[in-house]
Design a protein around this ligand. Structure first.
Ligand code: NAP
Length: 269
């Protein structure tokens, strides 16, 4: 049996175990996906190697710490965060949040090459989404509550500009894509984007997935924008990790169903 897992703290409400185990069940793979809350990421990675664990996802607060304990690929090194470790050979670190965001946006049929795209947030998720959009050919602007952080990120992302949140109406007026990569809207009915800045020519994606229907997505839909919820990004970062670890095509539909069943269960609690 192969063992995969998640390093983070807290990880008690993680949706990754049911999502990955749905894939193992569908493809008849003899594997389990378990969660770990270690005190120290480096020692956890050593222990995982010693135990023959096949792959680990990494979440808050360890995404940056693990960089020092694995060989990051070029994208993870640029983003400065690892969310997937592959233990085939020497441990390597990858960032599947980036590809996950792009695959989620593709669901809305948006052409990213040459598109004007705004990322709200400059933390771990904002960094992954900003690099991913730039690599996909979009002209990226970053807006963040702490505007110096947005400018620092923009200086690293080719062609990007950095701003405070007050620039959002102007940035979105002629944008095609906006992604909320802040934690605003999580477990609270707030949006980081003033509703009057949203319009029907936008694709609006929220990285927040609890709740599934955030205030931002409601207000975007009210103004005729196409919306992509955070569970799509969560799904595709998991799909990317699964495919890297197993070499098999991920069974996307059962993984999606496992995720959404849990998330919809959450909202009816
Ligand atoms: P993080 O590194 O802690 O960054 C938090 C970001 O939110 C920063 O840009 C911060 O701005 C901003 N922020 C926090 N409180 C704010 C407020 N009250 N008003 C305005 N901005 C505020 O967190 P992260 O890892 O990037 O995660 C951000 C969100 O993305 C979380 O909800 C997380 O669950 C979600 N996420 C989803 C996926 C997915 O697959 N769907 C993947 C990764 C993350 P400052 O810089 O000014 O503090």
């Amino acid at each position: 049996m192969q063992v995969y897992g998640l390093l983070g703290n807290p990880v008690g409400h993680s949706l990754s175990p049911p999502m990955h185990e749905a894939a193992y069940d569908e493809l008849g793979i003899d594997a389990r996906y378990v969660t770990f809350e270690p005190a120290d990421a480096g020692r956890a990675i050593e222990g995982a190697r010693a135990l023959g664990i096949a792959g680990l996802n990494v979440t808050i607060p360890f995404k940056r710490d693990v960089l020092a304990h694995v060989e990051p690929d070029a994208l993870a090194a640029r983003i400065g965060a690892v969310n997937t470790i592959d233990f085939a050979g020497e441990p390597t670190g990858h960032n599947t949040d980036a590809a996950g965001a792009i695959r989620a946006l593709e669901r809305a049929d948006v052409g990213l090459g040459g598109a004007r795209a705004t990322v709200v947030g400059a933390g771990g998720a904002g960094r992954a989404v900003a690099f991913a959009l730039a690599d996909a050919g979009a002209a990226v602007s970053v807006a963040n509550r702490t505007d110096s952080r947005a400018r620092e990120l923009a200086a690293e992302v080719p062609g990007a500009s950095g701003h405070g949140l007050e620039a959002l109406p102007e940035l979105l007026a002629d944008a095609e894509v906006v992604v909320n990569a802040t934690s605003v809207g999580m477990e609270e009915d707030r949006s980081p984007i003033p509703p009057e800045a949203l319009h029907a020519d936008l694709v609006v994606m929220d990285a927040v997935y609890r709740p599934l229907e955030t205030r931002l997505l409601r207000e975007a839909a009210d103004r005729g924008a196409r919306t992509v919820d955070g569970a799509w990004m969560l799904l595709y970062q998991g799909v990317e990790a699964f495919e890297r670890w197993t070499g098999a095509d991920a069974p996307v539909d059962p993984m999606n169903e496992a995720l959404r069943t849990r998330l919809e269960g959450d909202s009816s609690e």
